[in-house]
Design a protein around this ligand. Structure first.
Ligand SMILES: [Zn+2]
Length: 216
């Protein structure tokens, strides 16, 4: 049995807010269920609608398409990403518990955080960096089937109201970021064609554990 998706016509109406209410509800529910092909369709038709909208007003230029794409990106990141992400739960924080035997630490002054969301795992290591900064070395890994393992994907660090830092994970899901110590940060993996993965980071304002001083 093949799963029922939606026609282009219905998408086009949906992204422009023209769907009849039951139809909009059905599409919304289907997206919420995490259908990947429809997630892609949704993103695609949203861009199309924005470009079409600017075309309707005047001749569309390449610049406008670019602006429309960046408007789309900032809308997606600011509004949709936080709403649509599957949030990982915290499995481990070296600030709260010592590393289990067999798990390699990276020096006493680093902090390691592990999280999990379904088949996705997040491994984040925070190192001190000059000033009020931290250096984050991370890896976000999904199921073997994830397309991200061929292409890499954007990794975004967001405060409640702004994008704080952005980078691209490589094909192994590895990435590095520099950030300011802050509270209320969230990290997101915006994996193409999938529901984004997110995780709320614990308080990063408190200092990392001090370097061990050898007992004489
Ligand atoms: Zn679908």
């Amino acid at each position: 049995m093949t799963q029922k998706h939606f026609t282009d016509e219905r998408w086009s109406d949906y992204v422009r807010g023209l769907s009849p209410a039951p139809d909009a509800a059905a599409i919304h529910q289907h997206l919420e269920a995490g259908c990947e092909p429809c997630e892609r369709s949704f993103r695609f038709w949203t861009i199309v609608a924005e470009v079409a909208n600017s075309e309707a007003q005047n001749e569309v230029s390449e610049g406008q398409v670019r602006i429309s794409r960046s408007a789309y990106l900032s809308w997606w990141r600011g509004r949709m990403l936080p709403q649509r992400a599957t949030m990982a739960r915290l499995l481990f924080d070296s600030m709260l518990a010592p590393l289990p035997a067999g798990v390699r630490g990276h020096g006493p002054s680093s902090r390691r955080i592990l999280g999990r969301a379904g088949q996705w795992s997040l491994d984040l290591r925070f190192e001190p960096s000059p000033g009020k900064h931290l250096f984050l070395v991370g890896q976000i890994l999904g199921p073997e089937s994830a397309q991200s393992h061929k292409t890499g994907f954007p990794v975004l660090l967001m405060s409640p109201d702004a994008l704080v830092a952005e980078t691209t994970a490589n094909q192994f899901g590895e990435f590095q970021l520099q950030l300011q110590r802050a509270n209320g940060l969230r990290i997101y993996a915006d994996v193409p064609g999938r529901r984004p993965i997110g995780m709320s980071l614990p308080d990063l304002q408190s200092p990392l554990p001090p370097e061990d001083t050898p007992v004489p």
